[in-house]
Design a protein around this ligand. Structure first.
Ligand SMILES: [Mg+2]
Length: 252
């Protein structure tokens, strides 16, 4: 892992794809050989690989799929067993399904993977009711509400992009300040509040555009162009800091 200087940890949908500028992004990474990419996505592994191939995005050093439920490493996509073991600890999908199916207005939709149960709700207020019920029954789970799709996902409690990223960076021996994050959706919130420098792209959900953190840049560019905008500023800023410390060395 020596020789790696910086990491970009980025969401895919809405952040890297869907708003143009995808080629500019790939070019930026190519032009910065010290920059390596970690993808953090809601997609499954196969869907994520397909989109990375389709757009010719840089191959990841690691990828966290299904909102941080699984982590894969390197070209051969080796499953991170330590992470998988931790996630399995308190994951009980059958119990969750049984508990929520008993709630009027909550409808089981599908189990899109080992780590994800999807439900529909008749009314948005039921999302809080779902949280309360799981809490009452002491079922550890993460409740993710996607207002845009009207979809309620239940994931393992530890499935979070920020947690997965911290695990990845620890294994890579990379400090948080050398990692830049990018996102557009509610499931990127923990990432953007995780004390990393980063960017919220222009098309992000309104709640994310309200993130107030000096290290987070709110770009006026959408999608991949916003990521490139944020990364460029980060590089410029670091260059400025290096110049300052050089000057201090000289005059100090
Ligand atoms: Mg997204």
């Amino acid at each position: 892992m020596n020789g790696l200087k910086r990491v970009l940890a980025t969401d895919i949908d809405g952040t890297l794809v869907g708003h143009g500028g995808e080629e500019r992004f790939s070019q930026f990474v190519q032009d910065h050989p010290g920059l390596t990419v970690v993808y953090l996505t809601g997609r499954t592994r196969h869907n994520a690989e397909a989109v990375i191939d389709r757009y010719g995005f840089p191959p990841p050093i690691a990828i966290a799929t299904e909102v941080g439920s699984e982590i894969y490493w390197g070209r051969h996509m080796a499953l991170d067993d330590i992470w998988a073991f931790q996630l399995r600890q308190d994951w009980s999908p059958r119990k969750i399904k049984k508990s929520l199916e008993a709630l009027p207005g909550v409808h089981y939709r599908s189990r899109s993977s080992h780590w994800r149960l999807a439900f529909n709700v008749d009314h948005v207020d039921l999302v809080d009711e779902v949280r309360r019920r799981l809490g009452r029954e002491q079922v550890a789970a993460r409740v993710l509400w996607d207002a845009h799709d009207g979809r309620l996902d239940i994931l393992p409690a530890r499935a979070q992009k920020c947690r997965a990223l911290n695990h990845i960076l620890t294994r890579m021996a990379i400090r948080p300040r050398h990692c830049f994050v990018a996102g557009d959706g509610e499931n990127d919130r923990d990432l953007l509040e995780g004390k990393f420098p980063g960017v919220v792209v222009a098309n992000a959900v309104a709640t994310l555009r309200g993130v107030q953190d000096a290290s987070i840049w709110l770009s006026d560019q959408p999608g991949a162009l916003g990521v490139v905008d944020g990364l460029s500023r980060w590089y410029d800023e670091r260059k400025g800091k290096n110049r300052e410390s050089d000057a201090l060395r000289f005059y100090g």
